[in-house]
Design a protein around this ligand. Structure first.
Ligand code: NDP
Ligand code: MG
Length: 384
């Protein structure tokens, strides 16, 4: 039986990996909506290849180009933030949320309202919206499947167990490309060095997050919402080989771990086939050639972002949304050569100090906190 699928962020790294899997399993899927921000040519090519019902660009100024590429086809086109939301309301058995940043929040919430299945890669949306998103998932009886490799690993390790029996959830972190750099060296890191991840091939924003360790900070908050064991039972360990994707320890002393190649097609396939399994073209894990798995405690003096995220999680309220928004602004500025690598965590820390909104109660309130935090982060940047 075929299933219908929509992919938001189809032109990105997660989009590529997802469509690779669909390509190899073509007969089982009907593609409803595919979206991009402005990669109109690539989006049009994918929409034609996968015979999508509709192709949507988030940036309305790119719609004319999309229409040009799709002229003569029967594929519908649309552009703008509202168009993304409307596309996410089109019935689909499974929606892959793979837009980067809080820009993906509103379409993800619209997809959740369908009450079907949402495969979530867009961690910034969950970090910002927190309880607003999980409450919507519960209200609509939606199945939320984590695609982030660590959370997908934890999800798998929890299957068949009672979450009440969990004593620890341990998120593994590769430590990123700058793990061994000194404080002085970190000051001088360029965008090219920061995005050169040793194990994973990802979009620019998450690659920088991986280098600062903000990625793990965001994932700590993501785990807190997906797996309600309490913040005191979540911890982070650096594991440079990225073979163990995360672990769950139970009260009897058993630790379950999920291992796999550093290839996002593995966790995505687990979400696409859930609760069954599907074939992938991924290279099997060759432990003998890897030889050694090592582990270190995170160094929060050189990489203060996990501490900032933990503090924001404990503070609650709007703090995680502020943390996320400030980080998005700081990362964009770093990639544009406007601030130093080490300014990223400083900008986030200062923004958090300047703005402590109450817990937003709905989507509009989350977006308002996000907007205000961005304004403040830009002010902090001017003083960086
Ligand atoms: P990419 O930068 O590779 O792709 C982002 C996608 O989102 C593109 O399709 C892009 O369109 C679209 N997009 C960007 N900005 C907007 C916007 N303002 N409105 C609408 N669409 C937008 O990112 P990744 O695929 O690496 O990451 C996607 C999400 O998945 C992130 O939240 C990331 O943290 C998460 N994730 C990624 C992993 C990975 O391995 N890559 C691993 C785990 C989680 P366009 O091409 O037009 O710019
Ligand atoms: Mg991850």
């Amino acid at each position: 039986m075929t299933r219908s699928i929509s992919i938001f962020g189809a032109t990105g790294s997660i989009g590529d990996s997802t469509l690779d899997l669909i390509r190899d399993d073509r007969a089982n899927w009907d593609v409803v909506a595919l979206s991009a921000n402005c990669s109109a040519e690539k989006l049009a090519r994918l929409a034609i290849e996968f015979d999508a019902q509709i192709a949507v660009v988030g940036d309305e100024s790119c719609l004319a180009e999309l229409r040009e590429h799709l002229s003569g086809t029967s594929i519908e086109t649309a552009g703008g933030e509202q168009a993304l939301i409307e596309a996410a309301q089109r019935p689909a058995d499974l929606t892959v949320a793979a837009i980067v940043g809080c820009a993906g929040l509103a379409p993800t919430m619209a997809a959740i309202e369908q009450g079907n299945t949402v495969a979530l890669a867009n961690k910034e949306a969950l970090v910002s919206a927190g309880d607003v998103m999980t409450a919507k998932v519960a209200r609509h009886g939606t199945t939320l499947l984590p695609v982030d490799s660590e959370h997908n690993a934890i999800f798998q390790c929890l299957q068949g167990n009672d979450i009440k029996d969990v004593s620890w959830i341990t998120l593994t972190a590769s430590g990123g490309p700058l793990r061994a750099k000194t404080m002085a060296e970190l000051e001088a890191v360029t965008p090219a060095q920061a995005v050169a991840h040793p194990n994973w091939d990802m979009g620019a924003k998450i690659s920088v997050d991986s280098a600062t360790m903000f990625n793990k900070g965001l994932e700590f908050i993501e785990a807190h919402h997906l797996f309600p064991v309490g913040l005191d039972r979540l911890r982070i360990i650096v594991h440079p080989q990225s073979v163990i994707h995360s672990m769950v320890e139970y009260r009897d002393g058993s630790t379950l771990a999920q291992l796999g190649p550093s290839d996002m097609r593995v966790p995505i396939a687990s979400a696409l086939a859930h609760p069954r399994r599907m074939d992938t073209q991924c290279k099997p894990l060759d432990l003998a050639s890897i030889g050694e798995l090592t582990f270190f405690a995170p160094d929060e003096r050189r990489f203060p972002s996990t501490k900032l995220a933990r503090e924001a999680a404990y503070a609650g309220g709007g703090a995680p949304a502020v943390l996320n928004a400030a980080n998005e602004v700081a990362v964009a500025a770093f990639l544009a050569g406007q601030v130093k690598f080490t300014d990223i965590s400083a900008i986030v820390a200062r923004t958090l100090d300047s703005y402590a909104p109450e817990a937003p109660g709905n989507l509009e309130a989350v977006l308002a906190v996000d907007t205000e935090a961005r304004v403040r982060a830009k002010e902090m940047m001017e003083h960086a």
